[in-house]
Design a protein around this ligand. Structure first.
Ligand SMILES: *Cc1c(COP(=O)(O)O)cnc(C)c1O
Length: 370
């Protein structure tokens, strides 16, 4: 018997939510307000309640959320933004697009999140923001990072929460832990739509106003452009999809946490693979369930023949990428970022993953390691 294991199971999710998602999409088709229809504000209000942030502004994607956040903060050519090299390219891409310089410091070798102890040494008179990434669904050390930022002229802190929406940190929600939080509704993220989408969160009224204006070409009102903006709105239909998925999101987070705990238990008995570790004061929504092992390429080759889908998030740190190696600044050795890039791989993870499939996956991981 060949069993096909999905890496992410959007089909089971749709089967559970079909009635709600279909009727919400149909409602948009009926009222016809495809751009900035009523579902846009309805979703923003629900996400404000969910995160506790005063303002949610939906945008065209997670990348657009990061770009608009930096634009609202006035980041421009010559400025520096401190961030991680071990992340998806979008994190640094938006900095470079604005003519600013990504300044990379190393990550913690276990969580792969920015090491807050290394940030201070990277701050110069050009530093304008710190942008930690809550990688794989676990929130970065936000309190420590906020404290460094506060000591240096209250630098703004932007959380790249594209993988961590729904995660908790000391009882508070990801996206509501710093000056600005940015997330993505890309289909494979913990809360996804059926296309591109994203959101920006803040408690600062002036920043929220700037973000709303930048989202629509810097307009204060129609055809009155007070600043340079972008075409960055999220479609009404995509907002309707997220509204449908929100009905089950708390339940899905609980299932993700259970599946993560089960994986960690099962992997504990297997030598040669390092399971992820989650801080006692936080949760992970497992945007990715990512383990580490030596000889990764050989292990992945064997897992492929054994029918276990895997992915590598991410194989090349950004300071080695042709697009960024000359436009970034590196502070200290980025050896944990480089080691992680050579050892990490992600296993199937979604709320509909059952214990038998997980047992099979873990036994095949054990087989692949020998
Ligand atoms: C997915 C992701 C993004 C970009 O989100 P999009 O919606 O795909 O533009 C940014 N940062 C991180 C860490 C991501 O995982």
């Amino acid at each position: 018997m060949t069993l096909s294991i999905p890496f992410i199971d959007l089909k089971s999710q749709y089967a559970e939510l079909k009635t709600s998602i279909d009727s919400r999409i149909q409602r948009v088709l009926d009222h016809g307000q495809y751009i900035m229809g009523p579902e846009v504000r309805e979703l923003e209000q629900q996400l404000e309640t969910f995160t506790g942030a005063k303002h949610c502004i939906t945008v065209a994607s997670g990348t657009e959320a990061l770009l608009i956040a930096l634009m609202a903060l006035g980041i421009k050519a010559g400025d520096e933004v401190i961030t991680s090299s071990f992340t998806f390219a979008a994190t640094a891409e938006v900095i470079v697009l604005l003519g600013a310089t990504p300044v990379f410091v190393d990550v913690d070798p276990v969580t792969c999140n920015l090491d807050p102890k290394l940030i201070e040494a990277a701050i110069t008179d050009k530093t304008r923001a710190i942008m930690p990434v809550s990688l794989y669904g676990q929130v970065a050390d936000m309190d420590e990072i906020n404290a460094v930022a506060a000591r240096h002229g209250h630098l703004p802190v932007i959380e790249d929460a594209a993988q961590s929406f729904g995660a908790e940190y000391k009882g508070r929600k990801s996206c509501n832990l710093s000056t600005i939080g940015c997330t993505s509704f890309f289909p494979s993220k913990p809360l996804g739509c059926y296309g591109d989408g994203g959101a920006v969160f803040t408690n600062d009224d002036a920043l929220a106003k700037a973000i709303r204006e930048i989202r629509v070409h810097g307009q204060e009102r129609r055809y009155y452009h007070t600043r340079v903006g972008v075409g960055g709105r999220m479609d009404t239909i995509q907002c309707a999809v997220v509204l449908g998925k929100l009905e089950r999101f708390d339940w899905e987070i609980a299932r993700r946490i259970e599946a993560g705990d089960r994986y960690i238990d099962m992997l504990a008995t297997i030598h040669g693979v390092d399971a992820p570790q989650i801080g006692a004061d936080r949760t992970s929504v497992w945007g990715q369930f990512t383990v580490q092992a030596d000889n990764r390429e050989a292990v992945l080759e064997r897992l492929k023949t054994l029918g276990v889908p895997t992915a590598v998030h991410y194989p090349v740190p950004l300071h080695f990428q042709p697009a960024y190696k000359d436009s970034c600044r590196i502070v200290g050795a980025l050896k944990h970022s480089e080691t992680a890039a050579s050892r990490v791989f992600s296993l199937p993870m979604h709320p509909y993953l059952d214990v038998e499939i997980q047992r099979m996956i873990v036994s095949k991981v054990a087989d692949a390691l020998v």
